[in-house]
Design a protein around this ligand. Structure first.
Ligand SMILES: Cc1cc2nc3c(=O)[nH]c(=O)nc-3n(C[C@H](O)[C@H](O)[C@H](O)COP(=O)(O)O)c2cc1C
Length: 381
């Protein structure tokens, strides 16, 4: 895993293609794939292409900034790193690498539940720029224990994911016979032989990597499996309970219609993520950029609205901001950055996006994020 080659990564699709060359096909598919027919996966991208810009001419844009705030924390760009499990498949110490890259870029990383090292170890890597994503345990006692641990580790913002009531069906993984945790098999051995560098890193961790022990992957995947086995449909009652138990900021991830928003804001939720899990859960749901305006309207300024799923360009981020998002999150692009060049790969992804956002803002006639409003875009119909 090295940063040589990053010069050739001009955009986020280049990063994806590089990762496809570096990873065994079965592992690439775990990251890249979507649910069933992958309708939503594709629509997440094409929907951004239906939003057009209306640039403002003659605007003073020689001095610009991509800086904004997220839940009252200043960030250098309106992009955060979404929580992504399975990252131990592509990097020996993924969460700490992502945390450091996010901190260095001046933004936030949402640590997945559970990270492959511990919540505490990740928190120590970059304490001020982390949220913790939660799959709420069904048993209250387990939930209380987890919340106490997350709070004690220093996390102030909890992002509870509510769009995964059951394990989703991703047919690429079924066809590839992928089981998490990865178990030794002829197929996996063949995959490892075709990508020996990946196999070495997966089994033994990066040589000299801080705190990474041989075979840690298998332990990390057992922990993840334990969480996935216990997925259950989170209800409004669960969120009410969570709101009273968790003293910090609370963000709800996976909202796709306006009707829920009033109840969420009444609960005192601080943020809502319009997300279809990157097209990985329910296939056939609308792309998030299409859903965003109705959620923004329903939330009515009582919480911040974020968007993920399919964001691949700085222009996509600007379009989401114009439609009322406070910031966007990205998933797969930084996972591919981790897979190719580790922390430097994630940094590179964030740098590309920042540069694209800045250039788009200049060409649109916006010197600051606050100037990006609905007048900047046009949508047919
Ligand atoms: C490999 C992978 C693992 C993911 N794991 C989680 C997870 O553990 N928790 C969660 O809330 N979302 C998870 N997600 C969804 C992301 O947080 C995010 O919603 C999605 O990746 C955004 O779409 P994008 O990949 O098109 O940017 C995962 C996504 C990917 C690609």
């Amino acid at each position: 895993m090295g940063s040589r080659g990053l010069d050739n990564v001009v955009n986020l699709e280049d990063m994806r293609l590089w990762a496809r060359r570096r990873l065994p096909g079965v592992v690439f598919d775990v990251i890249d794939g979507g649910a069933t027919d992958e309708l939503t996966l594709r629509a997440n991208r094409s929907a951004f292409d239906q939003v057009w810009f209306r640039p403002r001419a003659l605007a003073p844009v020689d001095v610009r900034t991509t800086q904004t705030s997220v839940l009252r924390q200043t960030v250098a760009l309106p992009v955060m790193l979404a929580p992504c499990g399975f990252a131990r498949l592509v990097h020996p110490d993924p969460e700490r690498a992502a945390a450091r890259a996010a901190a260095q870029a001046g933004t936030i990383y949402v640590v997945p539940d559970p990270p492959s090292s511990s919540a505490e170890e990740v928190a120590r890597a970059a304490p001020s720029s982390l949220w913790y994503q939660l799959y709420l345990p069904r048993v209250r006692r387990d939930a209380v224990e987890k919340l106490a641990r997350v709070q004690a580790a220093g996390y102030e913002t909890l992002c509870v994911t509510v769009d995964t009531p059951v394990r989703p069906m991703r047919e690429r993984d079924v066809r590839n016979k992928v089981k998490i945790p990865l178990r030794p098999s002829i197929r996996l051995a063949a995959a490892g032989l075709s990508r020996p560098r990946w196999a070495k890193e997966f089994l033994f961790g990066r040589v000299g990597g801080a705190g990474v022990r041989p075979y840690q992957s298998l332990r990390a995947y057992k922990d993840l499996e334990a969480v996935l086995m216990k997925l259950y449909p989170v209800t409004r009652g669960d969120l009410e309970w969570l709101r009273t138990e968790w003293p910090g900021r609370l963000v709800v991830k996976g909202i796709l219609r306006a009707e829920e928003c009033e109840a969420l804001t009444a609960l005192g939720v601080d943020g809502v993520v319009v997300s279809n899990h990157g097209g990985r859960n329910l296939d056939g749901v609308r792309p998030t950029i299409d859903v965003l305006p109705e959620v923004v309207e329903a939330v009515n300024g009582l919480a911040e609205v974020f968007l993920d799923s399919g964001v691949r360009r700085g222009a996509d981020v600007v379009k989401a901001l114009a439609l009322g998002a406070q910031a966007c999150l990205i998933g797969r692009p930084y996972m591919f950055g981790l897979a190719t060049a580790g922390e430097a790969g994630v940094s590179h992804v964030l740098e590309i996006l920042k540069d694209e956002i800045d250039r788009t803002m200049a060409q649109l006639g916006c010197a600051s994020v606050a100037e990006i409003d609905q007048t900047m875009i046009f949508r047919r119909g």
